[in-house]
Design a protein around this ligand. Structure first.
Ligand code: GTP
Length: 438
């Protein structure tokens, strides 16, 4: 800024540049920042969502030059062919495979480049979009994002705060099938649920199977559908003080969304230099180079995610997305806060807020415990009632049985008496025998 120039955001403030006589030292601040960053390293928690086999692992491996095969790390659900998906091993019908069964799997690796460390966590959602009925397939994923926010909120409220371990999701790569058609219901449903929870970066997977024209048309359709549904993808921020080049890059990165990407786990001979190998896909008709800008948007994705806007992804997660979640949560707990003004930090207010949060938590816990207690008591009562009725039933049954037996015995006795009587009547009285000799 030149002397006297007006700062764009604050029209009333004039900037006055002054040359300092002598050395103060704050010109070294960027160096301090640099040293601190090298020491602490960087982190990125990346959520990858898309159908099984759409190319998630391959793209992550290509982006970070690593092997992120989640199947090596975790248990993988064996896939059944679709037509057998709702039959068990005996051929009986089950509803497995019919309804979505989305799991959450996580893999973390620290990777290093030129002495700079990046702790990368990839969160995968196997099972997403693989069922016949995918209603609410987004639910376990949103739950996972919320629980990570809750965990952060909890650690913020602890006396010994450890906010360095930030498990919040910083970006979501959503993999769109390369159909060159329109987005499906499941895509729109997921994107509209996720875009206010984390930075959404949609990609068209395996775009090497589409022609350039198909890609252009497909992107237009997708963006039209996003506008209709009011779905917002991550927009690299531009600041008024940015130079033209930075603004152009940011605009290009935003306008090229969704990125048509290609991934590969293989290295092939560089067509322009037989001495070199490059990441690519070899087909009978030629080679697709993953990092060739004229062949895919892979480089744009890498620029946005890592090279240019990693910090902005963190900042938006913290300042906008998490802040919205946090205030909504506090409001639900009955704590009001004013987001429209950035107030000065007031320790008393903070303490009051923490106290309220703590009390609200305790009250919630107490209510939950009461609920559990009541549930247990009513379960016990039900059990007692059940055994009482069973006991009554058994008693009645035994009584009935005994009455029946008594009746039968009385009947028998009566018949016996009758038969004795009739015998006595039919045979006249015999003279008494007095031995063999008369
Ligand atoms: P799950 O782990 O089962 O969810 O699969 P995934 O989404 O991680 O897919 P993965 O990366 O394992 O790729 C599945 C298959 O697609 C592999 O044979 C890959 O070689 C292939 N593939 C991956 N990326 C591309 C791509 O950009 N283009 C083409 N044509 N094939 C790809």
């Amino acid at each position: 800024l030149n002397e006297g120039q007006i700062l764009p955001d604050q029209p009333d403030i004039k900037i006055i540049n002054r040359q300092i006589n002598g050395y103060v030292g704050f010109a070294n601040l960027p160096k301090q920042w640099h040293r601190k960053s090298i020491k602490n390293g960087f982190s990125l928690n990346l959520l990858c969502v898309g159908k099984g086999g759409i190319g998630k692992t391959t793209l992550i491996n290509s982006l970070f030059n690593e092997n992120f095969d989640i199947k090596d790390n975790n248990n993988i659900i064996p896939e059944k062919p679709l037509d057998l998906a709702n039959e068990d091993e005996h051929g009986n019908e089950t509803d497995e495979g019919l309804h979505s069964n989305v799991k959450i799997e996580t893999i973390t690796k620290t990777i290093e480049e030129n002495g700079v460390r990046l702790k990368l966590t990839v969160v995968d959602a196997p099972g997403f979009g693989d069922a016949i009925d995918n209603t609410n397939a987004w639910e376990p994923i949103i739950k996972e994002i919320n629980s990570r926010y809750d965990q952060y909120l909890d650690s913020e409220n602890k006396i010994n705060r450890n906010l360095n371990d930030d498990n919040r999701i910083h970006a979501c790569l959503y993999f769109i099938e390369p159909t060159a058609h329109w987005l499906k219901q499941i895509d729109l449903e997921f994107c509209s649920m996720i875009h206010e929870k984390c930075n959404l970066i949609p990609v068209i997977a395996k775009s090497d199977i589409l022609t350039d024209e198909e890609i252009i048309r497909f992107k237009e359709r997708i963006n039209k559908q996003f506008v209709e549904r009011n779905i917002q993808t991550f927009k690299p921020p531009v600041y008024k003080l940015d130079d033209k080049e930075t603004i152009d890059v940011a605009n290009k990165l935003y306008e090229s969304l969704p990125y048509a990407v290609v991934g590969s786990n293989d290295f092939v001979t560089d067509p322009t230099n037989p001495e070199k190998t490059i990441r690519g896909r070899e087909y009978p008709w030629g080679i697709i180079e993953v990092e060739n800008e004229s062949q895919s948007d892979f480089i744009l994705l890498r620029d946005l995610l890592i090279k240019q806007y990693l910090e902005e992804l963190h900042e938006r997660t913290n300042n906008v997305l998490y802040e919205n979640y946090r205030s909504e949560k506090l409001i639900n707990l009955g704590i009001k806060q004013d987001n429209s003004v950035f107030k000065e930090f007031d320790p008393n207010m903070r303490q009051e807020e923490e106290k309220k949060l703590h009390e609200a938590k305790l009250a919630k816990l107490e209510a939950e415990m009461k609920n559990v207690f009541q549930l247990k008591v009513s379960e016990k009562e039900k059990k007692l009632q059940k055994s009482e009725t069973e006991l009554f039933a058994r008693h009645k049954e035994m009584k009935d049985k005994l009455t029946k037996q008594l009746k039968a015995l009385e009947e028998k006795k009566h018949q016996l008496e009758m038969s004795i009587q009739s015998q006595a009547q039919s045979s006249p009285a015999q003279p008494k025998k007095k031995g063999f000799l008369r």
